[in-house]
Write a protein that binds this ligand. Structure first.
Ligand SMILES: Cc1ncc(COP(=O)(O)O)c(C=O)c1O
Length: 397
């Protein structure tokens, strides 16, 4: 049978990720300085692993409720109350009033189902450019269009930049702070203005906060409802739950990306729809991982964050010897410019890095431009130092 003929136009519009190509090239290298990895390198806390193992051994392996096990729901609800001042304790499908929350299969699961719940064919979602690789493809999978909002050179998704690309088809604005691939953190004022614009235009603001705990000292300018310093979030503005869908994850924070754990919180009318889609697609987040994440929420990760901040300092000070780089206030990435005087694209620069056994990702994997590279400092100190030597050397030309 000619199955090719049956493939949907949606599927044909999607190209394999540029990141995967770098991984394939990298697989041929022996012990490369790998600065291309988008997941933490610290060991998963033992208590977290134990909790998941215990759940398996105690036969808690069946389907869970669509919205997540009660223990995890209660734990996330108290986090959200302390952080955002939101009350998400009401039942799902409880009539659409107030805020709601749903445990999802990864942050990706939450984003995908949110897009499915909001976007019709022809609708537009505004995403920052550069963007996390999956955003435009998720829009395509829904038959919608991702409108890429240019945020160079400071990588802030400001209200002014967003307003310039809004149309009557815009239904969603997607902000990601700290950002991937840049690590850049928006200020409180910038988040507030973006939310005001979305409210004025009747557009939902999705806030991808997967890196919320990877927030370095100078970015901790917002106070949560419990008085702790945090990265700014539009979700902390008064009554933001009525127009902001917060998407958070456990994978990066606790080193469990393969567990596929995240959650969404926001207007209950929207969360109820997401729950409906989850019921008929992912069904629920993985059961043993939910138990592991109950334990994860009790872990103090501040030592890890301080270590990442020290690595960020190293990376930025090395890069600033040779090029411009926006300060990553969080996450574990930097997105420096390939110096113009080299006269080459980022793709060509990455090839030169590979020749020197060093892996980074070209900006074109995340952007309509190919002028920058993403490097990740979620790697061993030795690999990081060796990789930075190669990059700085090549940038010096
Ligand atoms: C900004 C951003 N959002 C979402 C995701 C997807 O995360 P998850 O593994 O929880 O689906 C990633 C993963 O790299 C990311 O960087």
């Amino acid at each position: 049978m000619n199955v090719e003929r049956l493939i949907s136009s949606r599927a044909k519009r999607i190209d394999a990720s540029g990141i995967r190509r770098v991984f394939e090239l990298g697989a041929r290298l022996k012990d490369p300085n790998n600065l291309s990895i988008g997941q933490p390198d610290f060991p998963v806390p033992a208590l977290v692993k134990d909790a998941a193992v215990r759940a398996i051994q105690e036969d808690r392996n069946g389907y869970t409720m669509t919205g997540g096990i009660l223990e995890l729901r209660a734990r996330i609800a108290s986090e959200l109350r302390a952080d955002l001042g939101w009350d998400v304790t009401g039942p799902l499908s409880g009539g659409g009033e107030g805020a709601g929350m749903l445990v999802t299969s990864g942050t990706s699961g939450g984003l995908m189902l949110a897009f499915m719940s909001l976007l019709e064919a022809g609708d537009e979602v505004i995403v920052p450019d550069p963007y996390f690789v999956a955003y435009p493809h998720m829009a395509t999978m829904c038959g919608a269009t991702a409108v890429k909002c240019d945020t160079y050179p400071d990588f802030k998704l400001t209200a002014a930049r967003v307003e310039a690309v809004m149309t009557e088809r815009t239904k969603v604005v997607l902000v990601c702070s700290p950002g991937n691939p840049t690590g850049v953190v928006m200020t409180r004022e910038e988040q507030r203005e973006l939310l005001s614009l979305c409210r004025a235009r009747g557009v939902v603001l999705i806030s991808d906060e997967i890196y919320d705990l990877f927030c370095f000292d100078e970015s901790r300018t917002d106070r949560d409802a419990a008085g702790n310093f945090r990265c700014p979030s539009a979700a902390r503005e008064p009554d933001a739950w009525d127009s902001v869908l917060v998407v958070r994850g456990f994978g990066k924070t606790y080193g469990v990306t393969g567990w596929r754990m995240g959650y969404v919180a926001g207007p209950r009318v929207l969360v109820d729809q997401i729950a409906k889609f989850q019921q008929y697609s992912y069904v629920c987040a993985p059961s043993m991982a939910q138990w592991g994440c109950v334990a994860a929420l009790d872990q103090d990760m501040s030592g890890v964050i301080a270590d990442y901040q020290a690595r960020r300092d190293l990376v930025v000070s090395r890069l600033r010897e040779v090029t411009e780089v926006a300060l990553p206030g969080g996450a574990f990435y930097a997105f420096p410019r390939v110096p113009e005087r080299l006269g080459i694209s980022a793709g060509q620069f990455v090839e030169r890095c590979i020749e020197k056994n060093t892996l980074v990702i070209p900006g074109s994997a995340f952007s309509t431009r190919d002028t920058h590279i993403r490097l990740s400092f979620a790697t061993t100190r030795t690999q990081l130092e060796r990789g930075m030597d190669v990059i700085v050397d090549l940038m010096r030309g």
